[in-house]
Write a protein that binds this ligand. Structure first.
Ligand code: ATR
Length: 274
């Protein structure tokens, strides 16, 4: 039996997901077809319906459809309803089900890289969909000392804190209020880039970021060479990681949802670096 899978985005031509899932399928001894679908917003609903009606097993959803796809599913995981973002669809008895493996994939990659966030000070740059996914997972699962959020558009920081701040273990803090906290909160131990800034050029950040020699810089973006965020960060510390690890981990969690098989991720991440 051949399982039909795919990734939907706009644009989607640079997606590494087909390569990753084909490698997972080889490990699992499964036959799959995994295609890229460049679909515009207006066609998304019809596309999803037809994909599953025509025997599709699972879909990955990428930018810009992670929010909009939720309108077209029958049920969604609690995390999806909370952050209003999904990256994995599957057909189940109750119809099409939406899950988000971005946040859990991020945490898994930290675990694999032995980056411990317990009792650490974390700064997230960005307050969009990617930031929301990872902050929500960090807040629910781990116990950092503090999480700060810095974003170009200030109002989005406030919105994000309001969304995440009430029932969490830890309430994120607006980084523009760092001065008020700097007696208790020393430098940042981990700085995470969750913006799309610098993808086509140089990265810089307006605010001064308090860091130390061991500060870890983690970019949710990735590129074949060093990302512009990590190039910028190299003036502070050499502890830099790009988003390929998270990409592979979130894909592994999608694959597990589709086939109940946990692929080995190490060799696949190496494949992406080739
Ligand atoms: P994603 O789903 O990838 O997070 P998004 O929700 O559009 O995409 O969020 C993009 C993030 O990158 C936002 O935090 C955005 O800042 P604004 O809220 O101010 O728009 C940030 N971003 C994008 N381009 C940027 C730039 N040139 N400078 C600073 N921040 C930028």
């Amino acid at each position: 039996m051949i399982h039909k899978l795919g990734v939907v985005g706009h644009p989607v031509k640079h997606s590494l997901s087909p390569k990753i899932h084909r490698a997972f399928a080889r490990q699992a001894g499964l036959e799959i077809i995994y295609d890229k679908y460049d679909i515009e917003d207006a066609e998304l609903g019809l596309f999803i319906k037809e994909f599953f009606a025509n025997g599709g097993k699972g879909l990955n959803i990428t930018i810009p459809h992670k929010l909009n796809c939720i309108k077209y599913v029958d049920t969604a995981a609690t995390a999806v309803k909370r952050i209003m973002s999904a990256n994995t669809l599957i057909t189940m008895e109750g119809g099409i089900f939406a899950e988000s493996t971005d946040g859990p994939g991020f945490l898994k990659d930290l675990y694999v890289k032995e980056i411990d966030i317990n009792k650490k000070n974390i700064l997230i740059l960005g307050a969009g969909g990617a930031a929301k996914s990872i902050i929500s997972s960090i807040c629910l699962g781990k116990k950092p000392d503090s999480i700060f959020i810095s974003n170009r558009t200030q109002s989005k920081v406030n919105e994000l804190i309001k969304l995440l701040g009430t029932d969490e273990y830890i309430t994120p803090i607006d980084f523009s209020e760092y001065e008020m906290h700097k007696d208790q909160v020393r430098a940042m131990d981990i700085v995470i880039n969750a913006t799309s800034k610098g993808i086509d050029g140089k990265f810089s950040w307006e605010d001064d970021i308090p860091v130390h020699e061991e500060t870890i810089f983690y970019d949710l973006s990735y590129s074949k060479d060093q990302t512009s965020f990590l190039e910028w960060a190299s003036k502070f510390s050499n502890n830099g990681f790009d988003g390929k690890g998270m990409l592979v981990q979130q894909a592994a969690l999608s694959f597990k949802l589709w086939f109940d098989f946990s692929p080995s991720t190490e060799e696949v991440e190496e494949l992406l670096n080739e």
